[in-house]
Design a protein around this ligand. Structure first.
Ligand code: MLT
Length: 237
């Protein structure tokens, strides 16, 4: 079994893909499920999300997302996991569109067979799900920020890699070796996230609570699994 870490989304994925966007899309996605959401849809653009919900208030869809860390006009929520943790999404389908994370998931879904969303909050459960589904390769894909590598995602990829290496034999690529090194030298999760460029950006926006929330290691056993194309509306995952 191969284990690979892409420091940014690229290339093709023959088997299992674990998408990581710790600050904040995948952390928030896990939280939506923890707070009762029936399903998640990840759209390619904000317009697809807005069209899906239409003008109906109180319908099945709730829109969450951000641009540059700030909410998208017309959306019900931003992309704050700490905010989502205080809501009840029971009976709702949460439609997400974010700057980096949902795009990374769409890239993965173009070729991957099984796509899982992972954060630090569901890291051990995500590693178990990926290991159980994989037959030849597990690719951990870091979303990054605006096309730049994100320390927080590489650190989380290192956490996932450590869990996976404890679960069985893997040949690892240089990306996985880099992620393991970042994990082993990055301090605890909060130190790593707080030292990242995007973590500092969020803190400057007054969103430091999201950084602290995202550092909660394996606090959830829920793993969002995206099934490309199956019944999902056009332009969504
Ligand atoms: C993203 O998906 O681009 C990130 O989660 C951005 C953010 O919400 O801070």
């Amino acid at each position: 079994m191969r284990l690979r870490v892409d420091l940014l989304p690229h290339g093709t994925y023959p088997d299992v893909v674990v998408v990581v966007d710790v600050l904040r899309a995948t952390t928030t996605a896990v939280t939506y499920l923890e707070r009762g959401a029936d399903a998640l849809l990840l759209t390619a653009t904000p317009e697809v999300a807005l069209a899906l919900r239409g003008g109906e208030e109180g319908g099945p869809y709730v829109l969450g997302g951000e641009r540059g860390g700030l909410p998208i006009p017309g959306f019900d929520f931003g992309n704050s996991p700490a905010e989502a943790a205080g809501q009840n999404f029971t009976g709702k389908t949460v439609v997400m569109n974010t700057t980096n994370g949902t795009g990374a998931a769409h890239t993965a879904a173009q070729t991957g067979k099984h796509i899982f969303l992972a954060a630090l909050t569901n890291a051990h459960a995500a590693a178990r799900r990926a290991r159980a589904a994989a037959t030849e390769e597990i690719a951990i894909v870091c979303a990054g920020t605006d096309g730049h590598v994100g320390l927080e995602d590489v650190y989380a990829a290192g956490v996932l890699a450590e869990y996976l290496l404890a679960m069985g034999e893997f040949t690892v690529d240089d990306g996985a070796r880099i992620a393991l090194t970042v994990r082993r030298n990055g301090g605890n999760p909060l130190e790593a996230l707080s030292s990242s460029g995007h973590g500092q950006h969020l803190s400057r926006l007054g969103l430091g609570e999201d950084v602290r929330f995202a550092a909660g290691l394996s606090t959830s056993t829920l793993v969002p699994a995206l099934v490309p194309g199956e019944g999902a509306p056009e332009g969504t995952l």
